[in-house]
Write a protein of this length. Sequence first.
Length: 141
Amino acid sequence: MGTQQPISLAERKAECKPLVLVVDDDAIHHKLLDLLAERLEITVHMASSCAQAVEALHMFSFDLILLDYRMPEVDGYLCVQRIRQMKELKHDIPIIAVSAHIRPDSIDKCLEAGMDDLLCKPFTLEELHSKLCYWLQKKSE
């Protein structure tokens, strides 16, 4: 997992920052999102695999998931299905697929697998911020 330790629920409420689970096998992407977290006004928790993501979901209540859908071992399609089948989750968590390999047929496949949206790499800070705002607002409604 990333270098940043997750903060407690009380600390998170005090900061009023959404808790975002980043599932990506690329350490550079972890570092990038860790650096951008303050500007995006989010707290990030990193997972390098589907297994780590599922483990984190057992421990924390996330507001949103950014999921790389082209990972080794368990790809994003299977990972999102595992997440959506977790009965202990008290609510549906918005899941945004992130990849540099999005093709027109990828969009339908991601949505059918249970993802809510897609974000193509490389993305701008504004594009990421817009997706986060949209889905966090939608979740709070």
